[in-house]
Ligand binder design. Structure first.
Ligand code: DGP
Ligand code: NA
Ligand code: NA
Length: 210
């Protein structure tokens, strides 16, 4: 049966976690599940490397360019700002967005470099607040054993350990922590349940800002 949203808004669902925590594949699976249920849904990701700001970020991550820590922080934030209006109109139009990384990545990664958390938060204020943040919890050492690790700037175990500590301190009531070391299917089942509950619960709630 088609999942009716009664003309209501879509949910803003964010997945966060360390590099190689499994976010990207879980987002893709969650999207097909939701679409299979007849739910209007799209998968998004940040950084969005397609925009001109995103291309600067991508070059930085590939170590092809050097940027001051605050400068790259603001570019990551700008990359979310340039998508804010489209995001809002999709959500208000009833589309649920499953987003691979968001402002919490901005805070956790930049704070792990030593930037002050309050300074890091400032440019995120006014972006849309997620209805649900799912944190895929994987030990930094375990994540490092997964394929493809080590290709980009931040993919070093010592650094990811600091990122994990900052993520930990950011958790609030909208966060659900899922053990990302469980089998892929088990993780997916938990994500499906969290997402379905969130989609029905957000109907009566206003979209708000961070
Ligand atoms: P991904 O495309 O999901 O692998 O992300 C690329 C890398 O950039 C990853 O190491 C996480 C990091 N990252 C994502 N968003 C931000 C952000 O807003 N600020 C900083 N400093 N790093 C970020
Ligand atoms: Na990565
Ligand atoms: Na990813």
């Amino acid at each position: 049966a088609r999942m009716e949203n009664g003309g209501g808004r879509g949910a803003l669902i964010v997945l966060e976690g360390l590099d190689r925590s499994g976010k990207t594949s879980q987002c893709a699976r969650l999207l097909s599940f939701l679409q299979g249920k007849g739910c209007l849904a799209e998968a998004w990701r940040f950084p969005d490397r397609e925009t001109s700001v995103g291309k600067m970020i991508s070059a930085y991550l590939a170590n092809e360019s050097q940027l001051d820590d605050r400068t790259i922080h603001l570019l990551f934030s700008a990359n979310r700002w340039e998508k804010r209006n489209l995001m809002e109109s999709k959500l208000l139009g009833g589309t649920t967005l499953v987003v691979d990384r968001y402002s919490y990545s901005g805070l956790a990664f930049s704070a792990a470099k030593g930037l002050e958390i309050e300074w890091c938060k400032a440019p995120e204020v006014g972006l849309l607040a997620p209805d649900l943040v799912i944190y895929l919890d994987v030990q930094p050492e375990k994540a490092a054993e997964r394929g493809g690790y080590g290709g980009e700037r931040y993919e070093r175990v010592e650094f990811q350990k600091r990122v994990a500590e900052h993520y930990h301190s950011l958790r609030d009531s909208t966060w659900k922590v899922v053990d990302g070391s469980l089998p892929m299917e088990t993780v997916q089942e938990q994500l499906r349940e969290l997402a379905m509950n969130c989609i029905s619960e957000c109907q009566g709630k206003q979209l708000t800002n961070l």
